[in-house]
Design a protein around this ligand. Structure first.
Ligand code: NAP
Length: 324
């Protein structure tokens, strides 16, 4: 038996149950991993609440790091005993041990701990595709990133800074201003106190930004569109404040010839070579000190309800993990 967090119905943090489950052996293309650390991500709250429905009963959690304890008959690249990290697949990461597709696991390079690897895969691979693939950032770009002191926000800010662009970050409290600045934001706006669209207009002297990365969603969409220069790119990649209202194409997009995209990890990392490329680029950034990860908080699996409460009440200022 192994301990895992299971949800039987959608709802608040109270639906998260620590349960004993029996794991089968991995299928031909799968591996079994004993988790050492597990990443906490905002998307986990969407799976729990039903905003992103999952077949129930379900596990929860998308990323983790640990040691391979068993491999399927078709698995060639990985072996029992390898230290691996993974992101994606079905949500089953909040568990002592789990089964996952070998395709989404990568070996953890020397010098990177399980704890760091566990919390970096989703945030780091997301950042990689957002700034290298969805919109290729370069040093001439002026960029707006919402919730810059959050999990993805801290990784994105450091990577964008390494590219050399001018970065404007928004945050939800004054204590997060310093965090966003330390991670590389050139300008930080507290959007709970200031009109961020007006601030961005002032910062850019009326020109606007070339791209907005918006993981906040409902509350920031209209302001984000206002911040873009003509032919700018609106990257809507999450909905921490709630899902977007339907797009009004003539008003929101056509008025400035904007590009709009709603990207997801699964489409950017559908193939093994894409996972390996993204992970290598990410590990390189860490190895060369361009991205430094400071874990904000560690929880046990028993504290899962509190972890979700903290995340949804905007109290988690950076990457957080469960330690098994
Ligand atoms: N599309 C993809 O492939 C992909 C992959 C990973 C993550 N994401 C998305 O990226 C976003 C960030 O993910 P994360 O895991 O790093 O989370 P996070 O940024 O650590 O947490 C979410 C942040 O959103 C901000 N926020 C604004 N309004 C909020 C509200 N009404 N309720 C709660 N939070 C609110 C808060 O920061 P402030 O207090 O500073 O406002 C909060 O800390 C999420 O929307 C997530 O779904 C998308």
């Amino acid at each position: 038996m192994t301990k895992a967090i299971i949800i039987k119905k959608p709802g608040g943090p109270e639906v998260l149950e620590l349960t004993d489950i029996q794991l089968a052996s991995p299928g031909p293309d799968q591996i079994k991993v004993k988790n050492i650390a597990i990443g906490l991500n905002y998307i986990d709250t969407y799976h729990r609440s039903g905003l992103y429905p999952v077949p129930l009963p379900s596990g929860i959690g998308l990323e983790g790091a640990g040691v391979i304890t068993e491999i399927g008959s078709n698995v060639g690249e990985l072996s029992v005993g390898d230290n691996v990290a993974y992101a994606g697949g079905s949500p089953n990461a909040y568990a002592e041990e789990r089964i996952l597709p070998a395709q989404i696991a990568v070996k953890i390079p020397d010098g990177i701990s399980h704890k760091i690897a566990a919390c970096i895969m989703t945030k780091g691979l997301t950042t990689h595709y957002l700034l290298c693939k969805t919109y290729k950032l370069n040093s001439n770009d002026v960029v707006l990133f919402h919730a810059a002191a959050g999990g993805v926000g801290q990784v994105f800010s450091q990577w964008a800074k390494a590219i050399g662009c001018e970065l404007i970050g928004t945050v939800g409290s004054d204590e997060k201003i310093d965090i966003a600045k330390k991670n590389g934001c050139d300008h930080v706006v507290n959007y709970t106190k200031q009109d961020f669209a007006k601030e961005v207009k002032d910062i850019t002297k009326g020109a606007g930004v070339s791209v907005v990365y918006d993981g906040v969603g409902k509350n920031t969409f209209q302001g984000s569109v206002e911040c873009l220069k003509p032919r700018g790119t609106m990257v809507s990649f999450g909905n921490a404040s709630g899902p977007l209202d339907p797009l009004n194409v003539p008003k929101d997009i056509q008025s400035k010839s904007l590009f709009f995209t709603r990207p997801t990890m699964k489409d950017y990392y559908a193939k093994r070579n894409e996972v390996v490329e993204g992970a290598n680029k990410l590990f390189e950034q860490i190895k060369f000190g361009k991205i430094k990860i400071k874990i904000f908080k560690e929880y046990s699996l028993e504290e899962v309800k509190q972890a979700h409460l903290d995340l949804e009440s905007r109290k988690i200022n950076g990457p957080a993990i469960f330690v098994v």
